[in-house]
Design a protein around this ligand. Structure first.
Ligand code: SAM
Length: 260
């Protein structure tokens, strides 16, 4: 890293996904959040990584500075984060190795990039699904997908199944009072998951980690509270909505009642 860059580096603004100061220290390309560290752990060594929705580009810059990836593409649809990523890459002297592109979703990737892994993090699961679906012709099927949805995991897993991606790793982590999920998948050919596996995550259902069980314990309480509000609502709530929520609370109660 350039010495000048080390001093000029602007901390992320508080309140942004990765701007939470932990123990008073700003998060940046040197010090990633635990969430992005967990994402980083699933990037294969030497990967050619496209980080779509890169924001400040810290994930790519950190991985490149650690010698863990061989090439990077930062894709951003919005101009402020695009310029922030350009600045991080430039200040770290990595402009030759990380391309920063203003583009919508997978349009940031060109065949000559020979991308071997794609990360899509910090967006809703439906948004990630839509980004993957809109330009799936740009996927060779050789890329590992490292996805960190903020909610909407079920529709994202449905897309993975429908498109022949097997889930290789899943985890739940809690940081700054938020639950985050990480889903790692690779194209494998036909794969079938049950409705419950799509809802909870097939591997998480097997592993039943403390973070996973705590997440669903909290969600059960929230959903039960919503059902009570529905019952008291002056205007009738659509029956299909009530049924879906009732079904989900039943699944969660069964999950939590099972012995590990
Ligand atoms: C909440 S930030 C997450 C940043 C970073 N990936 C992380 O996990 O810390 C989401 C970023 O995705 C970008 N984004 C949203 N939709 C996008 C799309 N279709 N193509 C590229 N970037 C997108 C937004 O501009 C924003 O910078």
């Amino acid at each position: 890293m350039h010495a000048a860059a080390r001093h000029n580096r602007a901390p992320i603004r508080p309140g942004e996904p990765d701007g939470h100061a932990e123990k008073g220290q700003p998060l940046n390309e040197q010090r990633l959040s635990e969430r992005l560290e967990r994402v980083a752990a699933h990037v294969p060594a030497g990967a050619r990584l496209a980080d779509i929705g890169s924001d400040h580009g810290y994930l790519l810059v950190a991985l490149m500075n650690r010698g863990l990836i061989s090439a990077g593409v930062a894709g951003e649809v919005a101009s402020t984060p695009f310029h922030a990523a350009q600045r991080s890459v430039h200040e770290n002297g990595l402009s030759e190795r990380i391309s920063v592109r203003l583009a919508n979703g997978l349009a940031a990737i060109e065949p000559e990039d020979r991308i071997s892994a794609i990360s899509l993090c910090g967006m809703g699961g439906e948004t990630i699904r839509d980004i993957l679906d809109r330009d799936k012709s740009r996927l060779t099927g050789e890329e590992r997908l490292i996805l960190q949805p903020n909610g909407g995991e079920q529709p994202l897993r449905q897309w993975l199944m429908d498109n022949g991606y097997r889930i290789l790793h899943e985890e739940v982590l809690r940081e700054n009072r938020f639950n985050y999920e990480i889903i790692v998948a690779e194209r494998s050919g036909p794969v079938r998951y049950t409705t419950q596996e799509l809802y909870f995550g097939p591997l998480q259902l097997q592993e039943r980690s403390p973070a996973f069980l705590a997440k669903w314990q909290r969600l059960l309480q929230l959903k039960q509270r919503t059902l009570t509000h529905f019952a008291q609502a002056r205007q009738a709530v659509p029956e299909d909505k009530v049924q879906a929520l009732t079904r989900q609370t039943l699944w969660i109660s069964e999950l939590l009642a099972e012995k590990g």
